[in-house]
Write a protein that binds this ligand. Structure first.
Ligand code: PLP
Length: 400
């Protein structure tokens, strides 16, 4: 009989959103006619931009013609046409990237989880709490020691480094899921200084960069000096361009990023990640890469900005409702998430049940993102406008 990786037994039995789905399904079984409004899972609702659809169709047509058909991609790290488009996008923020510093993937979740493969199990991993659950789960699966930096009311849910604590790997997510907080240039400077002092590597998740409105908040960590020597950046078209069902993202590993192995060998992180991906990943489908490249065209940017503006307006509606109800919240400004303090002193799951049963509105209990999420709750702005407004009316009725 094979043995299993027993670290899996130490994880919560289900991924957070599976637990939510179970509760919602049970509620719907009891109340089949309930007019449910889902503001829980961070999935988008608007269709992908017409330029992306056209580009994908053209890519699909090419696959059906002998002369233009494409099989396995040589590198599996993305076609140059898409990497050039991504590099062009970074130029807007004053960041210059070589094409071989970019690897295209099937969305940020895979790389956020898989990147741990190239790091030793003895690393100390620092994760801000609350956090996107993938960071904690994927490290615990390998039995790594995870330590936490508290993001709470005292720091506006944006944890800052503690020089008395050592870490080797640091996960930062800005704008943050779930709290909606976003690091300024000055705050990222402190994290970079901390990483350098600890010879640590930052894994910077920029999945929500397209929602940034504040000029002090960088879209890329590489906008801050020194980041190329200590940071990996992950980004995704899921929230930027509605690609949650398309699956495309990218990871940037600067060539300047190196570590010294135990035998003194100088190791390029990009090289070993490329080695890992070469054995375990065969690239993203050609039509999807065509659609992804269309996101970065002038017309593509215009069309995706329209959808992002729609979600931002939803976020403003939710934020205004929280203000009217006198409920404390963060986010909504550089982020599609509103992170609110559960009213009436309820805990996260208590408020989840209350909102579900009394208003048929589904949100996400903050506790599911870590201990500092207890007593807090996440609502997403990715929904339909009318449903968002209706949900806010129901919350006003329930909580006024
Ligand atoms: N990173 C963060 C912070 C997220 O919230 C998500 C998805 O919700 C992802 C990464 C993964 O997105 P995807 O795999 O769709 O690119």
């Amino acid at each position: 009989m094979p043995t299993i990786n027993e670290n899996f037994l130490k994880l919560g039995k289900n991924y957070l959103f599976i637990n939510i789905a179970k509760k919602v399904n049970a509620f719907m079984a009891e109340n089949p006619d309930a007019p449910l409004i889902r503001m829980g899972i961070g999935d988008v609702t608007l269709p992908i931009a017409p330029v992306c659809v056209e580009a994908m169709k053209k890519g699909a047509d090419e696959m059906g013609v002998k002369e233009t058909f494409r099989g396995y991609e040589d590198s599996g790290s993305g076609y140059d046409f898409l990497k050039e488009a991504i590099a062009g996008y970074y130029k807007k923020f004053g960041v210059s990237l070589e094409l071989d510093e970019i690897r295209v993937n099937d969305g940020a979740k895979s790389d956020c989880g898989n990147i741990v493969d190239i790091f030793g199990d003895d690393n100390i991993v620092l994760i801000t709490d609350p956090a996107y659950p993938v960071y904690v789960d994927s490290n615990k699966m390998n039995g790594r020691t995870v330590i936490y930096a508290d993001s709470d009311e005292s720091n506006g849910f944006a944890a800052m480094p503690d020089s008395s604590v050592h870490a080797d790997l640091i996960y930062l997510c800005s704008p943050n899921n779930p709290t909606g907080s976003a690091y300024t240039r000055e705050q990222l400077k402190e994290w970079i200084a901390y990483a350098k002092a600890n010879k640590a590597i930052i894994i910077f998740d920029a999945a929500y960069e397209a929602f940034i409105t504040d000029p002090d908040v960088p879209h890329s960590i590489y906008e801050v000096d020194g980041a190329k020597e200590c940071a990996i950046e992950m980004c995704s078209l899921s929230k930027t361009a509605g690609f949650t069902g398309m699956r495309c993202g990218y990871t940037v590993i600067p060539t300047a990023l190196h570590v010294i192995a135990s035998d003194g060998t100088d190791v390029s992180i990009a090289q070993i990640w490329g080695r890992r991906q070469g054995s375990k990943f065969n690239g993203v489908s050609y039509p999807v890469q065509c659609a992804a490249a269309a996101v970065f065209t002038e017309e593509g940017q215009k069309q995706i900005r329209k959808n992002i503006a729609y979600y931002q307006e939803n976020a403003a509606i939710i934020a205004k409702t929280m203000e009217e109800l006198g409920i404390e919240y963060t986010g909504g400004k550089n982020s599609p998430y509103i992170w609110l303090k559960c009213p009436k002193g309820m805990n996260s799951w208590g408020f989840f049940d209350y909102l579900l049963h009394e208003a048929a509105v589904v949100g996400t209990p903050g506790e599911g993102f870590g201990k500092n999420g207890e007593g807090w709750f996440r609502l997403t702005a990715f929904g339909d406008r009318e449903k968002t407004k209706e949900a806010m009316e129901r919350m006003k009725k329930l909580l006024s």
